[in-house]
Design a protein around this ligand. Structure first.
Ligand SMILES: Cc1cc2nc3c(=O)[nH]c(=O)nc-3n(C[C@H](O)[C@H](O)[C@H](O)COP(=O)(O)OP(=O)(O)OC[C@H]3O[C@@H](n4cnc5c(N)ncnc54)[C@H](O)[C@@H]3O)c2cc1C
Length: 409
């Protein structure tokens, strides 16, 4: 879907651009169509054009940018690799896309403290490699781990297959360096395993989808590299019999054991292709990352099938069953306005079922713009009101990734 086809420079932008160039540096500011196009998309099918792209190399430049954005009240949209699937990195009403990709240094890895200090543009997989060379392990591993950034992972509290055992990104963030909407640079959290001084601002920033502050550095908690990894592929005839870890005792039809790291990687490669394979087989696909208490997974899947049948969609489910996080996919062989409108009822019914089962409408992808109209299914009016006040405290001019999470009033 292309919502804003062409970028036409707004008249007052000339002044802002020259101010950005003189305080941040000519070579970090872009307004050419080629560059703007490279930042007008993410992992959704939506397209929104920025007016300006800034690619800073350090926190001082990020701070300068926010001071200028505050002066002119222009939206700034932080962005990592742009793999987000809820539109969080999209400039929905134009403004400045702030790419953190050049801030990609692993600053230090401390084997005694078992911590790493990293810049936000570090790619998840690069961090995995760097820490494993020192016998250490950073568990959060979204399927996008070879492209997505630590900053984006923090902003979305990304999870992955290993999170069932080890927890999500949130569990590995000890402290942050952030830049606030007025350009102030500050630190949150600690470098230690313990720390209870004041409110937990670190945890507030994690999962805040770039709406409260820009992460310019993170202190990560590491653990010893596991001595052994075992990967199994087990087949069951239906979701009801899938229970417990002793697969054959629970009617598994077959179990494949990955006997080498190459075979293990092959199994995971197949798993990571599910999303694209489902997409290739249909004209219209949408997918939700609902999460329920694990006991309720069979009811969720049964319910998803019924909703699909009722509205004449196909339904495919995969995900992280250990966390109750099911990627519920709906597809249609045709796409037109009626079918798109019907898909909204499908999503609403799925979310209502999820919450009824004690679950949450997003386990790892966040709300962004694609889910904001469904927020009230899970959160009370009071909770939304309180959260909006938090946003106001952090960003009184509403310039930091505006028009995200909360539906317009
Ligand atoms: C093929 C594929 C597989 C995926 N698999 C998973 C999965 O298994 N688990 C999972 O959790 N997600 C998954 N995702 C979703 C996505 O990869 C994650 O949300 C990821 O964390 C986004 O990182 P990014 O660097 O691409 O961030 P972006 O998409 O660039 O940004 C995402 C959000 O983070 C904000 N942001 C980015 N950097 C910063 C920063 N430095 N400071 C403040 N805010 C910032 C942005 O404003 C935006 O709101 C998948 C996506 C794809 C396309």
């Amino acid at each position: 879907m292309c919502l804003q086809e062409n970028n036409t420079m707004k008249p007052h932008f000339g002044k802002i651009i020259s101010e950005l160039r003189s305080s941040i540096g000519q070579k970090f500011i872009y307004t050419d169509n080629e560059k703007l196009e490279a930042y007008n998309f993410d992992g959704t099918d939506l397209r929104y054009w920025p007016d300006i792209v800034v690619e800073p190399e350090n926190r001082g430049q990020v701070s300068q940018l926010m001071k200028i954005a505050t002066k002119y009240r222009i939206p700034v949209i932080p962005r990592g690799a742009g793999t987000g699937v809820t539109g969080g990195a999209l400039p929905v009403k134009g403004g400045i896309v702030l790419s953190l990709l050049r801030m990609n240094k692993i600053l230090s890895i401390d084997e005694i403290n078992m911590t790493a200090f990293v810049e936000p543009g570090v790619i998840n997989l690069d961090l995995h490699h760097a820490v494993s060379e020192k016998g250490l392990y950073y568990p959060p591993d979204p399927a996008s781990y070879d492209t997505s950034t630590i900053g984006g992972n923090i902003a979305e509290d990304a999870g992955g297959p290993h999170c069932f055992k080890y927890g999500t990104t949130r569990d590995y963030i000890l402290g942050l360096e952030i830049v606030l909407s007025d350009g102030t640079i500050m630190n949150t959290g600690v470098q230690t395993r313990k720390g209870v001084v004041g409110y937990d601002l670190t945890n507030l920033i994690v999962g805040s989808e770039g709406t409260l502050a820009i992460v310019t550095k993170a202190i990560l908690r590491l653990i010893p590299l596991p001595a052994r990894t075992i990967t199994l592929l087990a087949f069951f005839s239906d979701i009801q019999t899938l229970a417990g870890d002793a697969c054959f005792q629970n009617d598994a039809l077959d179990v494949l054991l990955a006997e080498s790291s190459e075979k293990r990687e092959n199994l995971w490669a197949v798993r990571r292709k599910f999303r694209d394979l489902i997409k290739e087989r249909s004209q219209f696909k949408f997918s939700e990352d609902v999460t329920v208490p694990i006991r309720q997974i069979p009811q969720l899947i049964e319910g998803a099938r019924k909703i699909a049948a009722k509205h004449e969609f196909q339904n495919y489910n995969y995900g992280h069953l250990g966390d109750g996080n099911v990627h519920v996919n709906f597809t249609h062989h045709h796409k037109d306005e009626t079918i798109v409108r019907r898909s909204e009822s499908v999503v609403r019914e799925l979310f209502e079922l999820t919450v009824k089962l004690g679950g949450t409408i997003s386990g790892e992808h966040g709300i962004g713009i694609t889910k904001m109209n469904f927020l009230e299914i899970e959160l009370s009016k009071k909770s939304i009101e309180l959260q909006k006040k938090i946003k106001q405290v952090f960003d009184p001019l509403n310039i930091l990734n505006p028009f995200k999470i909360f539906p317009p009033e």
